[in-house]
Design a protein around this ligand. Structure first.
Ligand code: PLP
Length: 386
């Protein structure tokens, strides 16, 4: 990966050791880096002998899953001996109706993660390029490495803005895919509608824009665009969505992409037939109808985001204005210490080190009670660290 961000580590081989009998793995595997998930509640409970652990590390829904989704899963259980629908027809027709786009313009996958891999598998030849920002979601570079393609990572501005011009400067004749995460993980910043349209209008014909809108539901800025309006106007881009965040179904694994019908057909061509299990399809379809759960989620998040940022400010911690369900906060040289002290107190947050932001912690927006607990623990840690 050619990295324009000086603070990001270059790819290192994770598959080492003496040659074993049998075929050698593809050369691309030497460059693969494992995804580092947030620590689990069970892990931290066991490690520190704690009763209560609050996880604010993976941007999950603090209200839990949609009750309608839970019921749909219960109803589906007796049919577990049947294969799922390989094209997720019910879910795609619901998406089509909701988003006013033809059903042929949707593909459903085992989470947005799988969508990223499918796009890379469908379009990248060895030596092709992906352009994206840094820091951003790591799976774009993962998909690139998998296909022996190169990822060009363009630094965000000093205030973590996603500037179209900077990304365009990194696009050349070898660039097939451009990934824009908006709101961006881990910064919570976003690409305004006019920047997005400008980017689209300036990309060369052979280059496809993928807008990862996994956190779009949480964005309330007037000039935020989730890409669906552009799709309805006939623009050529792919929009990624997940059921893991606003719909509270991270453990079920379901996501979808919307795009031009030909692009969706290319992604379908490399998809495993039964990639989305029947329970996940049923849960996702029901969650789409659960307006009360979505409204409660967005209300909780909007209030929680303010509560978290104001609370951090009160204890002298600056954070980045966020359009998402997490907040990136600057703890300076104490970040690693704060992160591990919070763990001992039963609060899991995410270190920014993996994104080349060692001074920062990414904190998911929890319930008001979880945020207050986090802030109390933080005050305690910062006081004793003076
Ligand atoms: C920006 C972004 N895109 C995609 C995903 C993957 O979502 P899923 O759980 O649907 O695989 C995540 C998960 O954290 C994410 O942060």
């Amino acid at each position: 990966m050619k990295n324009l961000h000086p603070s990001i580590e270059p790819a290192v081989s994770t598959i080492q050791g003496p040659a074993a009998p049998g075929p050698s793995p593809r050369a691309a595997l030497a460059a693969m880096q494992p995804y580092l998930p947030g620590r689990s509640i069970a892990d931290i409970r066991a490690e520190y002998g704690l009763e209560r652990v609050v996880k604010l590390a993976s941007n999950e829904n603090p209200l839990g899953p949609s009750p309608l989704a839970l019921q749909a899963v219960r109803d589906m259980l007796p049919d577990m001996h049947r294969y799922p629908d390989d094209r997720a027809a019910l879910l795609r027709s619901k998406l089509a109706a909701k988003l006013s786009l033809d059903a042929a313009r949707f593909i459903v996958a085992n989470g947005a993660d799988e969508l990223i891999t499918l796009i890379c598998e469908a379009y990248l030849e060895p030596g092709d390029r992906i352009a994206t920002y840094s820091p951003t979601f790591s799976e774009y570079a993962f998909g690139g490495r998998l296909m022996n393609a190169e990822t060009i990572a363009v630094p965000l501005s000093a205030s973590f803005a996603l500037r179209a011009e900077d990304l365009l400067a990194a696009v050349d004749a070898r660039t097939k895919l451009v990934f824009v995460c908006s709101p961006n993980n881990p910064t919570g910043t976003y690409m305004p509608r006019t920047e997005l349209s400008y980017l689209l209008s300036r990309l060369p014909e052979g280059c496809l824009l993928v807008l990862d809108a996994a956190y779009s539901h949480f964005a309330d800025a007037q000039d935020y665009a989730d890409g669906f309006e552009l799709l309805r106007e006939g623009a050529r881009l792919v929009v990624l969505q997940t059921f893991s965040k606003a719909f509270g179904l991270a453990g079920m694994r379901a996501g979808f992409a919307a795009g031009p019908a030909d692009v969706i057909a290319h992604m379908l061509a490399v998809k495993e037939p039964f990639n989305v299990n029947a329970l996940a399809q049923a849960a996702a379809a029901a969650a789409l109808d659960d307006e009360a759960h979505l409204e409660a989620t967005l209300r909780t998040n909007a209030a929680g985001r303010i509560r978290l940022r104001e609370g951090l400010e009160r204890i002298g911690v600056r954070s980045v204005p966020s359009q998402s369900n997490f907040v990136l906060a600057d703890f300076g040289a104490r970040a690693a210490y704060v992160c591990s002290e919070l763990l001992k107190r039963g609060v899991i947050v995410r270190s920014g080190a993996g994104w080349g932001l060692p001074d920062w912690l990414r904190i998911s927006v929890g319930t008001a009670e979880e945020i207050d607990l986090l802030l109390a623990c933080l005050s305690d840690v910062l006081r004793t660290d003076k």
